[in-house]
Design a protein around this ligand. Structure first.
Ligand SMILES: Cc1cc2nc3c(=O)[nH]c(=O)nc-3n(C[C@H](O)[C@H](O)[C@H](O)COP(=O)(O)O)c2cc1C
Length: 174
């Protein structure tokens, strides 16, 4: 399987835009933009995010005992770009404040998921950080999504003739 073809196919898959943060033992803040965030289990409550082994943040996150996932809202593309940029102080803008577990969080995020580190799985060129969820925040802001290498704003699909988007309330409450 060729990497370019896989990247091309995966670009068609819309995903959330998150900024994952932690603080190391010296008090230094770390963060990176990630679209690999997803839930894993409800009981126990587990989520995951994948982190490239070559990332400058890899050592900090694989040594961390906790991390915070900030799910960015529509209009926060600049935050996503900044936390993906290499060689800059990603916290210099001063828009990350102490949130759940005392970790750096965005008050503009539409959700935050605070975790203790459950396990780290070795997966090719990435490490899968599996977090046990200990606290959450969520509001009604529209989430930012990412696909085709572009940030986008999701529009709810309305069923023919329906005025309101149809919510899926079955399928085991998924
Ligand atoms: C939209 C978007 C999603 C990203 N998702 C991930 C991800 O899930 N995992 C990851 O390791 N890097 C991801 N990155 C790349 C990192 O944010 C970051 O650019 C990379 O780790 C290089 O940073 P470094 O300078 O710390 O090495 C993403 C970047 C963007 C723009």
């Amino acid at each position: 399987m060729e990497g370019t073809a896989l990247r091309h196919a995966m670009a068609r898959v819309p995903g959330p835009v998150t900024v994952v943060t932690t603080i190391d033992g010296t008090g230094e803040r770390w963060g990176f933009t990630a679209n690999s965030f997803t839930s894993v289990s409800l009981d126990p409550p587990l989520v995951l995010v994948c982190l490239n082994k070559n990332a400058s943040t890899h050592q900090a996150f694989t040594s961390a005992d906790r991390f915070l996932i900030n799910v960015l809202a529509h209009g926060q593309d600049a935050v996503a770009r900044r936390f993906a940029r290499s060689g800059v102080d990603r916290f210099a803008a001063g828009d990350m404040e102490s949130c759940e577990l005392g970790l750096p969080g965005s008050h503009g995020a539409c959700a935050r998921v605070a975790c203790t580190m459950h396990s780290i799985v070795d997966a090719g060129d990435h490490s899968i950080l599996i977090g046990r969820v200990v606290d959450t925040y969520a509001d009604d802001r529209t989430p930012l999504v990412y696909y085709d290498r572009t940030f986008a704003c999701p529009a709810p699909a309305t069923a023919a003739g329906a005025e309101e988007p149809v919510k899926i309330l079955h399928l085991a409450d998924w």
